[in-house]
Design a protein around this ligand. Structure first.
Ligand SMILES: Nc1ncnc2c1ncn2[C@@H]1O[C@H](COP(=O)(O)OP(=O)(O)O)[C@@H](O)[C@H]1O
Ligand SMILES: [Mg+2]
Length: 222
């Protein structure tokens, strides 16, 4: 009989974090160099923010820690990232129209919620390759917070609406993971996300419902 091999903790995630931190360090050095030239000052600021965000995402990997989150601050940070992305990568401008009720707080991981919004914003940017308007609304309903992201793109074909949250579903030459990430994070926070086409004009609308801070949701036990 062969003996059981020693069980090693899975180090793959830790190794990934280790190597990504080297990547971030290199980007920081580059940003530092650029910052000394007024011509590249803005780009250098974008790099600093992006690295900070990358580090936050990496640190929150696998973390189940929950803190009290100011939703308006998360929305602002995600908007800043999406603007940077659209300008640097797509060469276009996104205009954000926000209507976020003050004092909205949810329980969770700030970086996770930024990822939710960033994925929705980048999908909206993809749907408006020449730039356009993204509307963000958040308001309280009893026990819940509703969060809505709507764009001025051409909307989502009705026949693919039931498919879009499926991992690896994409109509672009892309990974098709963005909405899967959104769905996973929202569910992990006891919420739900739905997609629909706008009825007031062409465009897509994503609506999220998540328990307001302090409200416990009874999870079904298996
Ligand atoms: N705002 C949007 N407007 C139009 N179509 C969208 C929008 N958001 C998502 N989609 C559709 O859903 C698909 C899946 O999105 P996602 O999971 O983020 O993958 P990816 O962006 O990599 O294609 C997209 O390929 C696109 O067809
Ligand atoms: Mg996407």
């Amino acid at each position: 009989m062969t003996s059981e091999p020693d069980r090693q903790p899975d180090l793959s995630a830790e190794c990934l974090v280790h190597d990504l931190n080297n990547v971030f360090q290199t980007l920081l050095e580059a940003a530092e160099l650029l910052s000394s030239d007024p011509k590249w000052e803005q780009l250098s600021g974008t790099l600093f923010h992006t690295v900070e965000r990358g580090r936050g995402i990496v640190q929150s990997f696998n973390s189940k820690d929950r803190v009290s989150i100011d939703l308006a601050a998360v929305v602002d940070n995600a908007i800043q990232f999406a603007r940077d992305f659209a300008q640097t990568v797509q060469g276009c401008r996104l205009e954000f129209v926000t209507n976020v009720d003050s004092g909205l707080r949810i329980q969770g991981q700030p970086w996770a919620w930024e990822r939710v919004l960033i994925n929705l914003f980048l999908n909206a940017a993809n749907a408006m390759p020449n730039g356009g308007v993204i509307e963000v609304r958040a308001w309280r309903i009893p026990g819940w917070i509703a969060l809505e992201v709507a764009d001025h793109g051409s909307g989502i074909a009705e026949e693919i609406l039931p498919e879009i949250f499926r991992p690896r579903f994409s109509t672009h030459a892309s990974r098709g993971l963005g909405l899967h990430i959104v769905d996973t994070i929202v569910k992990d926070h006891d919420g739900e996300v739905t997609a629909a086409n706008r009825t007031d004009r062409p465009g897509a609308r994503f609506t999220i419902r998540v328990p307001v801070e302090g409200v416990l949701v009874n999870r079904a036990t298996a």
